[in-house]
Design a protein around this ligand. Structure first.
Ligand code: ATP
Ligand code: LTN
Length: 330
């Protein structure tokens, strides 16, 4: 049995980038034989940057309902909230004590996020990767589906696991990243040199899965392109159009080459109009299911049973780690 685990932060409404880069590849894995999926809401990672308590609590439930709306199959998957399984913090501390400040300071995400903090940089932003390593290593995870930007965090997780195994004896399984190669990286609609990010200060830069349909369509129609007028995939010279082609192709499964042929004689307006409708239809379907789950008491029951199962797995691993390190009495 292969165990697949991923976490997603409840740091705002999830975007089309999160869906295409993380949720959809994860859901595709459900269809494989002999897999168990663990999906958690990384609320402890979210507080590495300042959060509003009311918004955070709302976002946690929203995200849980969205996973279900996107098709999480409860016969194969378990969903829980990271903070409800305290073993994450506990192994996180052990991982911190096995990490070097230098290697944490070199993390690209730390360097990027540090620049954005106006009220000081929390120590948690620096120690984010050891907590993420703990998330993964607690469950003997085989595969971690993530977007390209998280690859470096998977590498440090593997390094920390090997370091621990070498020092204390075989304890952790080394996880493999699972990165969707094409179409995984969706870029900002206003600055296609940056990835689409839900925490972008400009809401026109991203499409939320729960955006009003007309608002979402408008964002596509006003996405930055270029003055050349031809619809072809060329990331270097036409990053905006290439990004829209990526989104189109990812949502329809039509290849980019086929789309280039289809729109060879069209202008940007026609192309964007079509894509806006595709995005609108996609969002309507998900939103209908979301509205069901967010208003249903099933949501708490699903999260309770996910938490209990996760605790069952994680507490056993943590005990083993403490024992190997000589922590506590056993
Ligand atoms: P934030 O703005 O708070 O950093 P984010 O939108 O970048 O959030 P995360 O919560 O950091 O999203 O990431 C959730 C998952 O979605 C990760 O696996 C990440 O790799 C993936 N992901 C995020 N943005 C994109 C994107 N633009 N394209 C593809 N995948 C993405
Ligand atoms: N760092 C990830 C979220 C995350 C995660 C994890 C993903 C936290 N813990 C464990 C996979 C496995 C992010 O920001 N996308």
């Amino acid at each position: 049995m292969k165990r697949i685990l991923t976490g997603i932060q409840p740091s705002g409404h999830i975007t089309l980038g999160n869906y295409l880069g993380a949720i959809r590849p994860l859901l595709a894995l459900q269809n494989e034989e002999d897999v168990e999926l663990l999906v958690f809401i990384a609320d402890l990672h979210a507080i590495t940057v300042p959060q509003d308590r009311v918004a955070l609590r709302h976002n946690i439930k929203e995200l849980a309902a969205l996973f279900l709306a996107c098709g999480l199959d409860l016969n194969k998957a378990h969903m829980f909230i990271q903070s409800e399984v305290p073993c994450h913090n506990q192994l996180g501390w052990v991982m911190e004590c096995n990490s070097y400040i230098g290697e944490l300071e070199r993390m690209t995400q730390f360097k990027d996020k540090k620049q954005k903090q106006t009220d000081g940089v929390s120590a948690g932003l620096l120690t984010y990767p050891p907590l993420m390593a703990a998330d993964i290593l607690l469950y003997d995870t085989d595969l971690v589906p993530v977007g390209e930007d998280q690859k470096q965090h998977l590498e440090i997780t593997r390094n920390l696991a090997s370091r621990f195994n070498n020092k204390y004896g075989e304890t952790f399984k080394l996880p493999e990243p699972y990165i969707l190669k094409t179409g995984a990286r969706v870029m900002s609609l206003v600055d296609p040199s940056k990835k689409m990010s839900k925490s972008d200060s400009n809401p026109k830069a991203f499409i939320s899965i729960l955006d009003d349909i007309n608002v979402a369509k408008k964002k596509i129609k006003s996405a930055i392109t270029d003055s050349e007028g031809s619809i072809r995939y060329d990331v270097e010279n036409k990053p905006g159009v290439s990004n829209l082609l990526t989104i189109y192709s990812s949502l329809t499964n039509e290849s980019i080459a086929d789309l280039e042929t289809k729109y060879a004689n069209s202008n940007y307006q026609v192309f964007k109009e079509d894509l806006a409708n595709i995005v609108g239809d996609f969002l309507s379907k998900i939103q209908e299911k979301y509205n069901y789950y967010i208003n249903s008491s099933d949501l708490d029951l699903i999260l309770n049973s996910g938490r209990d199962l996760a605790y069952h797995y994680a507490s056993r691993k943590l005990q083993k780690v403490y024992h190997k390190m000589g922590i506590g009495r056993y």
